[in-house]
Design a protein around this ligand. Structure first.
Ligand code: AMP
Ligand code: MG
Length: 344
């Protein structure tokens, strides 16, 4: 956990998502110009923004989040033409992808333009860049007149924020301003696609699915780590974790889930369950049952908020039933596996 002091006044400024008020955007841009930090909504999750070309400002992002310095940030641009300002040697498929998916939840990893400081790219010679599909985010980038580096606006390791309240909970007193544009539409982060490998590699599943990318790219790889996570999940590093311990039951039908649920329930006072099974027995434990959202889109949109809500209710263990990995289901399962301390 970061040792960063919490002595700033964190201002919350409401903004209308479809038609952001220019005064609000200008206040936020002024903070960024001074090297300060602003949290703002995108269509995926809330981002913690700094001027991407100002190394001192970018270093503060790492400090307030408690983020390891070698975990690079995504650079947000306001238009397709801005891609050339932050990346170089841009291969042909990049333009087709940008044409099809920008603005939207697709981040491209490309060779870094020398203007982008290595603080932003975590010391790498590549840069991750995307154009968010949010009028607030785009207005802010345009008002600053420079690209904005922004990871998710949570403390490192915690569930990503999908509402301004989540940002406030994690970063109150550590950042200057939060633009509150209400809950985010997609709810999981962007897909990170590395175009410096052949074939291109999905480094992180997200808002754009492999099914959507394949028609444009043809061959496509999933990073070995994502495949590995299917077998030995949650072991690599802490990410997306609520305070409660997460037990993910992927093979719901194969695992003898009833006795398992009873056994876990017997070990705690309060238990959370996210799934579709009815009539489970939770013994004397106070059970907080969340019905499995009906489709992967809605699950993605609600997942991190459900985690935070169950934390607020003081749940000690959350049992989760796995979902099918098509469409946004791949991104949902990726987050669930990383959040889990046990997978069955
Ligand atoms: P976050 O913004 O916190 O959701 O995380 C950004 C994600 O993009 C992380 O998984 C980073 O490791 C990844 N990323 C950012 N820049 C690069 C890069 N140059 N190469 C590979 N991955 C990157
Ligand atoms: Mg993050």
């Amino acid at each position: 956990m970061s040792e960063e002091p919490r002595d700033l006044h964190t201002e919350i400024v409401p903004v209308t998502p479809e038609a952001p008020e220019p005064e609000a955007i200008e206040r936020a841009a002024a903070v960024l110009r001074r090297g300060g930090l602003v949290a703002f909504p995108t269509e995926t999750v809330y981002g913690l923004g700094a001027d991407a070309l100002n190394p001192q400002a970018v270093l503060r992002i790492f400090a307030v989040k408690g983020r390891p310095a070698d975990n690079p940030l995504i650079v947000h641009v306001a238009g397709k033409e801005q891609l050339c300002e932050v990346a170089r040697a841009i291969p042909e498929p990049a333009w087709a992808l940008v044409e099809r998916f920008w603005p939207g939840p697709l981040t491209l990893v490309l060779p870094r333009h020398e203007r982008v400081p290595q603080e932003t790219t975590g010391g790498l010679e590549t840069v991750a860049v995307r154009m968010p599909d949010s009028a607030i985010a785009l207005a802010l980038i345009r008002a600053l007149g420079r690209p904005i580096a922004a990871p998710s606006a949570n403390l490192s390791g915690r569930p990503s924020p999908t509402a301004a309240e989540h940002v406030y909970e994690d970063l109150c007193g550590r950042i200057e301003l939060i633009l509150d544009g209400g809950p985010t539409r997609i709810g999981v982060e962007s897909t990170v696609l590395d175009l410096t490998t052949s074939p291109p590699t999905i480094l992180r599943p997200g808002g754009v699915s492999p099914e959507q990318l394949r028609p444009i790219l043809g061959e496509l790889r999933l990073r070995a780590e994502i495949l590995e996570a299917r077998r030995s999940p949650g072991t690599r590093y802490r990410h997306y974790r609520p305070r409660a311990e997460v037990v993910l039951i992927e093979r719901w039908e194969e695992v003898k889930h009833r006795p398992l649920v009873e056994q876990l329930a017997a070990s705690v006072h309060r238990l959370g369950y996210i799934g579709r099974e009815r009539g489970l027995s939770f013994g004397n434990a106070e059970a907080h049952v969340v019905e499995l959202p009906p489709d992967p889109q809605e699950y993605a949109r609600r997942l991190f908020a459900i985690f935070r809500e169950l934390d607020q209710r003081g749940v000690e263990v959350i049992i989760i039933e796995g979902v099918v990995e098509t469409d946004l289901g791949l991104a949902v399962m990726d987050r669930l596996r990383r959040a889990a301390s046990r997978v069955l």
